[in-house]
Design a protein around this ligand. Structure first.
Ligand code: ADP
Ligand code: MG
Length: 232
């Protein structure tokens, strides 16, 4: 049986007439399956955003939360590496201005404050639903590897640990994960765990039509999901 908190996330979204989860909801959902997401807090006023940033600890990332803004950076709705309370105040106003200029009728639900994850190897984990076979799981390296080279691996969910290990190894750019040109190797065990936990989440949540964790930053040890999008 799945956790009641999982059902509640979907009910909140459908109750508000949304066919997608906000990033913070998607990350709360991911966290319920053990996935390593950034620490997050949503705040509604400038004062509360500053408080949230102080609780999370600097540097932080600020992002717009709006039902009309699914691609946040396209709307000028993401600010990274905000270093202090003054930066948060400025950033808060800047994000609201940017979004209002780009999408004039955007309703502002709040601002999502999160820990700034250190730079790492960028990977993507995603899912779409095959009408016949159900949820698929996709893995690839971030940036041009997926967008231009379409260098990805796919499986139908559910997957086993062996499947997940093969998914990691079978992309053409696998060597990059092993570490090249003095760059340290990426934690492949952490990626395998993410693929397995994602598989479990997809099997327990038929509500998820599409999932896009992009990017996931992978370190020598451990990984962090810094953005997550779910379409219902
Ligand atoms: P979008 O909705 O535009 O995809 P993202 O949440 O992916 O917005 O943010 C845009 C970019 O900002 C990311 O691709 C990543 O490079 C950076 N970023 C976002 N959140 C974080 C974070 N918590 N730590 C570090 N970098 C981040
Ligand atoms: Mg993103």
């Amino acid at each position: 049986m799945r956790d009641e908190a999982v059902t509640k996330i979907f009910e909140t979204a459908s109750g508000e007439g949304r066919d997608f989860l906000f990033e913070h909801e998607a990350k709360e959902l991911c966290a319920l399956y053990g996935l390593p997401v950034t620490r997050i807090k949503v705040a509604e006023t400038e004062e509360k955003v500053v408080e949230a940033a102080e609780e999370i600890g600097f540097p932080v990332v600020l992002k717009i939360v709006s039902p009309q803004v699914l691609h946040k950076s396209d709307a000028g709705g993401v600010l990274v590496d905000v270093k202090d309370a003054e930066g948060v105040r400025k950033g808060y106003r800047e994000i609201l201005e940017n979004v209002k200029a780009k999408i004039p009728d955007a309703e502002i639900t709040g601002i999502l404050v999160q820990e700034m994850a250190p730079w790492g190897t960028e990977v993507i984990v995603g899912s779409t639903k095959d009408p016949t076979f159900g949820p698929t799981i996709m893995f690839g390296l971030g940036g041009i590897f997926v967008e231009v080279l379409k260098d990805v691996s796919f499986r139908l969910a559910p997957i086993t640990r062996t499947d997940a290990e093969e998914m990691v190894r079978e992309i053409k750019a696998y060597k990059i994960l092993e570490g090249v040109r003095g760059k340290p190797p990426a934690d492949q065990g952490a990626i395998v765990d993410i693929l397995l936990e994602t598989s479990e989440m997809l099997m327990e949540c038929p509500e998820i039509k599409e999932l896009d964790m992009n990017p996931v930053l992978v370190y020598e040890e451990d990984a962090r999901i810094v953005d997550a999008r779910v379409i219902l």
